[in-house]
Design a protein around this ligand. Structure first.
Ligand SMILES: C[S@@+](CC[C@H](N)C(=O)[O-])C[C@H]1O[C@@H](n2cnc3c(N)ncnc32)[C@H](O)[C@@H]1O
Length: 390
């Protein structure tokens, strides 16, 4: 392996030993010299100051975390490296959801592959890269994916997230092989249509799968508002659990049109009401229901927007409480910067202000195929809480 060498400073060793995958320029010896000689995204060998091998990673002097660790093994970062990873990850993730045809194969830092996300929807893989390092490795990754999972017939490189701008990466969506807009998959005993090209993120929100199961469990005979429904993830689980009807509220007409088709193929067409609206407006004059699910997009994208984002969550949760005379309120947040305790306080505070006597009947998180890396706090992002009995 003829990789260029980067040495970690002594101060960075405790961080390395605690499992960190990201290192700043202060953690790197002779950073100013290295930044002249190493290309953004280049693979490097990481050594201690004394020359001991620490790992292999990629280097980008233009971003705050200039070095990201890929492996602590003395490995060559080639097709075989990724193929082995993908095979092992597939075996593990399939164990979690043996009956489902969709799973998150790679959850970036949560699966020790910084900057890479791969979702599998039946025989289609949707790939996202978020760093210059991973972008450079993309051709290898695609080859390795085909070799590891031969059933994959088409791929979507879904690199349209504005997060890529942090590394000055272009936004684009590309397909390889045979890919149609809607992929039909079975999940949770239901039939789904996943918009893998024009949809949001990778097309589906697989991270809510376990929380949807809880909703399914308590839904019998209820009437439900699924606020921020997208293609109706929560709605269809609740209808499968015996709900009478579901209002799907989203501002995306594209998402709602797919929800309508999903309702049809599952026999729920008569039980859904599609509402193309801003949830904040809709909840001011809501229909009478027994359950409200609030699953908004991330309102806090960075530390600067923390206070403003918290306010937005508070006002949403408060609208949710007011809109529900009695029943169940499932509130979610997918902002990693909103800590769990604070999230819970915001929801409970909304209930307290309305003088509702509440019980917490469920606390939920991102699904297990989105594992949390305890050394990278950003990987713990999805929180859900269900209040009931009021
Ligand atoms: C996190 S996704 C919801 C995922 C969905 N609950 C599921 O289980 O698949 C957020 C959704 O909120 C919608 N959205 C964002 N802001 C909105 C608003 N103010 N009013 C209505 N919909 C909104 C987006 O179009 C997107 O579909």
């Amino acid at each position: 392996m003829n990789y260029l060498t980067v040495k970690l400073s002594k101060n960075a060793i405790p961080k390395y030993l605690s499992g960190a995958l990201w290192f700043t320029k202060q953690d790197i010896k002779n950073f100013s010299k290295l930044k002249e000689t190493i290309q953004p995204g280049e693979i490097v060998k990481i050594l201690s100051q004394e020359g001991f091998f620490l790992g292999i990673g990629y280097f980008n002097p233009q971003v705050y975390y200039a070095l990201k660790l890929l492996t602590k093994d003395e490995a060559k970062i080639d097709e075989k490296f990724f193929k082995t990873k993908f095979e092992r990850l597939y075996t593990f993730k399939k164990r979690l959801y043996p009956e489902d045809e969709a799973l998150r194969l790679v959850f970036a830092e949560g699966d020790f592959l910084p900057g890479l996300i791969i979702d599998i929807y039946k025989n289609i893989a949707v790939i996202q890269t978020y760093t210059t390092g991973m972008e450079r490795l993309l051709p290898l990754i695609l080859k390795a994916l085909k070799a590891a999972l031969p059933f994959v017939k088409g791929m979507v490189i879904k690199n349209d997230s504005s997060r890529r701008k942090e590394e000055n990466l272009p936004l684009y969506v590309k397909t390889e092989g045979k890919v149609e807009e809607l992929v039909s998959v079975k999940m949770g005993g239901l039939k789904w249509l996943i918009p893998v090209i024009k949809g949001q993120k990778t097309g589906g929100f697989l991270d809510q799968r376990q929380n949807r199961n809880f909703i399914k469990m308590i839904s019998r005979d209820l009437s439900v508002i699924d606020a921020f429904s997208y293609i109706g993830g929560f709605s269809f689980y609740s209808l499968a659990g015996g709900a009478q009807r579901a209002f799907l509220v989203d501002r995306s007409s594209f998402a709602l049109s797919i929800a309508e088709e999903i309702a049809r193929i599952n026999g729920f067409k008569e039980k859904i009401i599609l509402v193309e609206a801003d949830v904040f407006h809709f909840l001011k004059n809501p229909p009478l229901t027994d359950m409200i699910i609030l699953d908004p997009p991330a309102f806090i994208k960075n530390k600067k927007s923390l206070k403003q984002g918290e306010k937005k969550y508070a006002s949403l949760y408060s609208l949710g409480v007011k809109a529900l005379k009695k029943g169940f309120l499932m509130a979610c947040s997918c902002s990693h910067l909103l800590e769990e305790k604070r999230f819970e306080t915001l929801v409970l505070e909304a209930a307290r202000k309305e003088q509702r006597q509440v019980k917490i009947i469920y606390r939920g998180y991102q699904a297990a195929d989105h594992p949390v890396n305890p050394a990278v706090r950003e990987t713990f992002y999805l929180k859900a809480i269900c209040l009931g009995g009021y």
